[in-house]
Write a protein of this length. Structure first.
Length: 156
């Protein structure tokens, strides 16, 4: 069974989706997943608490079971995103090289765009090769807020 609920955060309303074992999704709006029951499960509660701690600058690493659904390539990209340390950024090219496919920059961008568990799988930490902020499912203002939260000394 799949469950979902919302939480309010410093960047707006977030929707969390899980099953009995893992977080399946985190969206930047209220989205009722098809076939899911709205219920604040212990796992959703745990995720909401960790997101609040992150937003308050008290958490630099999430400790949640995750199960994003995607292609083999997307899973490689998302696994690579999980290795980007808090407060650091990587380019799409860096991620492509990390997964052993250095010419796949655009495909990495598309996989990043399809990340179903935003924030927790930190796609906001991926920037353009020239250091510019490019594309983000939650919008560039939210990406900027998340990056500033993690490193207040940078200017974006």
């Amino acid at each position: 069974m799949r469950y979902w609920d919302t939480m309010e955060s410093k960047i707006g309303t977030l929707t969390l989706v899980c099953d009995e074992e893992a977080i399946l999704g985190l969206e930047f709006q209220v989205t009722e997943p098809e076939g899911a029951i709205r219920e604040r499960t212990p796992l959703i509660e745990q995720a909401a608490l960790q997101i609040e701690e992150y937003m308050e600058g008290k958490r630099v690493k999430f400790d949640l079971p995750l199960r994003p659904e995607g292609t083999k390539f997307q899973m490689q990209v998302w696994d690579s995103l999980l290795t980007i340390p808090y407060g650091e950024v990587r380019s799409y090219k860096d991620i492509a090289v990390a997964i052993g496919n250095p010419k796949a920059c655009r495909a990495v961008g598309m996989a990043n765009n399809r990340n179903p568990i935003s924030i927790i799988i930190p796609c906001h930490r991926v920037i353009g090769a020239n250091g510019s902020l490019v594309g983000y499912g939650g919008g560039l203002p939210i990406k900027t807020k998340l990056l500033k939260l993690e490193d207040s000394k940078r200017t974006w």
